[in-house]
Design a binder for this molecule. Structure first.
Ligand SMILES: Cc1cc2nc3c(=O)[nH]c(=O)nc-3n(C[C@H](O)[C@H](O)[C@H](O)COP(=O)(O)OP(=O)(O)OC[C@H]3O[C@@H](n4cnc5c(N)ncnc54)[C@H](O)[C@@H]3O)c2cc1C
Length: 453
């Protein structure tokens, strides 16, 4: 297809959804314009996945040093240099972004720095540094992501009352961090700051951390937190946060209060749709999130949306695949809808928590007959050698066909191990194939073969 006739593909937002759509669309011959008002790579690179996991990497080292004596090593006293850690976080994000820009430019994707807004069915403008630029498009993608929810009652000030976006550039490790919210982000932040030496109180609005996970999964994590001195406040829904000088007070619905040096909110995300011109475009939204069909099409058929802005499984990995698939669909290539039942996901605490496919609670809720087999890592030689025996591997299979339907791993390196089960679920592997696979000995993977038995 010559450039003259190449479809004009306009993408607003260069996070995982936008950049993957850009790469695929460019490879398929579209004329791609990618609009970004912050960093190419998106919040995923700047604020979310990459910085939080860089912090987790340092937390793991710190924990390893603290636990080294159990392995016969007496470490020198370790100290956290938060300034250097923050610098590392920024450098890694920047490096990744630079590489991504180079890749996109090598594919002739035009990157426009500025804020995009739709002004008509086939038209958008971008506020650039010295004015505005107008773009006509045949196909558009809304991939503007989300930002942390920060309601007024919380009084976020970026100094003592924080969202995750403020967590990577603190001058020193907080003396006492009160984490509000015990979903994935809340428990990861608890793990990070507790490992770096802060005293941490975690407000859990229900009766267990990770309210959407199986209780036995949450129990392993709670045990680790309690062992590390984290204060767990259950049934604690925050209603207000006040700052008084160097102190913050979090008020709980039932009248309790918790004092700390800092508070960190981890209570969900809101979509970035303000000022995007979605009304002018006629794109339907629900609670601010853009409504899409199974091919990521909005209510305006030539306008797609993907990633966090759609509110479907807020994960970078999901955004990436959505972007890739919709680009193919939009450009007339055969494509299958997203399959959300096979998404591998992980929570980067220690032990890590990872799952894929069918979960036990879902099977029970659906009254589905399944076979559940489970082994504890305490029985795994490699776990014993490493000194990290907490957790288990669980495999869920179809009792008649013997096919692996899902699995949960709680333990050291669970985020890597889950790849084996993800492949098994995707390829409809039978449990006996997993059992007969000759894994390395001693290795953590052996527990997966055992769990499938
Ligand atoms: C603390 C934290 C940790 C996380 N860790 C993980 C993880 O380990 N693994 C994982 O899979 N997911 C993780 N996530 C989720 C993940 O970050 C998101 O799902 C992912 O970033 C969504 O990608 P996206 O493409 O939708 O948008 P984003 O990454 O949010 O990017 C959207 C981009 O659009 C830009 N933009 C917005 N409006 C406009 C406009 N009008 N004009 C131009 N540009 C605009 C924004 O500046 C932004 O750069 C984490 C989230 C949080 C909060």
């Amino acid at each position: 297809m010559s450039d003259e006739h190449a479809p004009r593909f306009l993408i607003v937002g260069a996070g995982p959804a936008g950049t993957s759509a850009a790469t695929t669309a460019a490879a398929l011959g579209a004329q791609v314009t990618l609009v970004e008002d912050s960093v190419v790579g998106g919040a995923a690179h700047l604020w979310d996945c990459i910085p939080s996991k860089t912090m987790v990497a340092s937390s793991i080292r710190m924990q390893a040093i603290i636990g080294a004596e159990n392995l016969g090593i007496v470490p020198a006293r370790a100290r956290v240099d938060l300034a250097r850690l923050s610098e590392r976080v920024a450098r890694i994000s920047e490096d990744l972004s630079v590489k991504q820009v180079a890749l996109l430019e090598s594919q002739d994707v035009e990157i426009v720095r500025g804020r995009g807004r739709f002004t008509g069915l086939h038209e958008a403008v971008v506020e650039i540094e010295d004015g505005t630029r107008r773009f006509d498009f045949d196909v558009a993608l809304i991939s503007t992501g989300s930002r942390p929810r920060a309601p007024e009652w919380a009084g976020v000030d970026g100094e003592r009352i924080l969202t995750t976006r403020h967590a990577y550039s603190l001058d020193e490790v907080p003396e006492h961090m009160v984490v509000v919210g015990s979903g994935v982000t809340g428990v990861e932040m608890t793990h990070i700051f507790a490992s770096l030496g802060a005293r941490v109180s975690l407000l859990v609005s229900r009766q267990q951390v990770l309210p959407h996970k199986d209780p036995e999964v949450a129990a392993v994590l709670e045990e680790d937190f309690l062992e590390r001195g984290v204060q767990l406040l259950k049934g604690a829904r925050a209603v207000a946060i006040r700052r008084d000088g160097d102190e913050v007070t979090v008020e709980i619905q039932d009248g309790r209060t918790v004092r700390g040096s800092h508070a960190l909110l981890a209570i969900g995300a809101v979509p970035n749709t303000d000022g995007l011109g979605l009304e002018e475009l006629g794109v339907e939204t629900d609670g601010g999130f853009v409504v899409v069909d199974e091919f990521q099409r909005t209510s305006v058929p030539h306008v797609y949306a993907a990633g966090d802005v759609t509110g479907q499984m807020l994960l970078s990995s999901v955004a990436t695949v959505q972007g890739r698939k919709l680009a193919r669909h939009a450009l007339g290539h055969p494509e299958t809808p997203m399959d959300y039942t096979k998404v591998a996901q992980a929570i980067f605490t220690e032990p890590e928590i990872a799952s894929v496919g069918l979960e036990e609670a879902t099977a029970a809720a659906e009254g589905r007959k399944v076979r559940i087999t489970k082994v504890p890592f305490a029985a795994n030689p490699r776990s014993l050698i490493h000194g990290s025996t907490r957790g288990f591997a669980k495999v869920i299979s179809d009792p008649a066909a013997g096919v692996v339907l899902g699995g949960t791993i709680v333990g050291h390196r669970a985020s890597e191990l889950i790849g084996i089960l993800a492949l098994a679920v995707q390829a409809k592997v039978k449990t006996h194939t997993l059992t007969e696979t000759l894994m390395v000995h001693p290795s953590l993977s052996e527990s997966l073969a055992d769990a499938a038995e």
